[in-house]
Design a binder for this molecule. Structure first.
Ligand SMILES: [Zn+2]
Length: 268
């Protein structure tokens, strides 16, 4: 599932294809934007806030998208075509003069708005470690305000820190050496924010979503996706739980009960 680092890298890829380019055309295959036109518009560039992608145009409009679970983008050089089976799920087409053409496929959130209205769609988000305006102190304050909630739920809350998804929430709890169920009041909020920021930045600028430093298939992560396998550090079988408290998406949570003791000494 795409997280902030993945979307940040995507923005760089889309910038390479479209930033500064004049569009020959484009369309949004979403009923309310069906009449939107893009001819002669220039793409200024892409920006990200957490997992939200903002495509800015020089006519004062911004295309706001979110990939959620299944969305993706494809950049095709002039003359290349998308596979036919993908056609029904194309929701965005942006065609640069002379190519390439960029397609947004199966993207669940597609909104066209005035650039000055961007705060309406991203203003609720917490600080994003991949942005120049990343604010460690503010992230720490937001963690502190979540005092009674478990670490994994706080890390997943985009209003606290923007960009972390389930992979990072699990791997960061391991890196912090604490149970994902530890209430954040028992942790050093600044240390949590700082470890999260370092990990996300290292991923965006280096080996994408490899938390162990080992990019070989099946070796990339400490606990995420490794239910019942031996912990890489101590050999204890990794545990899994099918839900995070208060999480409507029912994500799974993995942890090593030995390397990640519960800081409040409550047995789980
Ligand atoms: Zn362990």
């Amino acid at each position: 599932m795409p997280e902030g680092d993945t979307v940040w890298r995507l923005a760089r890829r889309l910038d390479a294809a479209l930033a500064g380019r004049v569009l020959a055309g484009g369309e949004l295959r979403v009923a309310r934007y069906a009449t939107s036109r893009f001819e002669t518009v220039t793409v200024i560039g892409h920006d990200t806030v957490g997992k939200h992608l903002l495509t800015r145009f020089d006519d004062g409009r911004t295309l706001h998208t979110h990939l959620r679970m299944d969305g993706s983008w494809s950049v095709l050089a002039d003359g290349k075509r998308l596979p036919r089976r993908v056609h029904p799920t194309v929701r965005i087409v942006l065609e640069a003069v002379g190519g390439p053409t960029v397609y947004g496929v199966a993207i669940p959130v597609v909104e066209l708005l005035r650039t000055r209205d961007e705060p309406h769609v991203v203003g609720h988000l917490g600080p994003d470690p991949l942005r120049a305006d990343w604010d460690l102190d503010e992230a720490a304050r937001r963690i502190e305000r979540s005092a009674g909630r478990p670490l994994v739920a706080v890390l997943l809350d985009q209003r606290v820190i923007a960009g972390l998804g389930n992979l990072w929430a699990n791997e960061l709890a391991f890196l912090l050496g604490t149970s994902p169920w530890t209430p954040v009041a028992h942790l050093d909020a600044r240390a949590v924010a700082s470890v999260a920021a370092r990990a996300l930045s290292a991923s965006a600028h280096g080996l994408l979503q490899v938390t162990t430093g080992d990019p070989r298939r099946g070796h990339e992560h400490f606990v995420a996706g490794r239910a019942h396998q031996p912990c890489r550090r101590c050999g204890t079988p990794v545990r899994v739980r099918a839900e995070t408290t208060g999480d409507p998406q029912q994500r799974r949570t993995w942890w090593c009960p030995t390397c990640q003791p519960s800081a409040d000494r409550v047995a789980h």
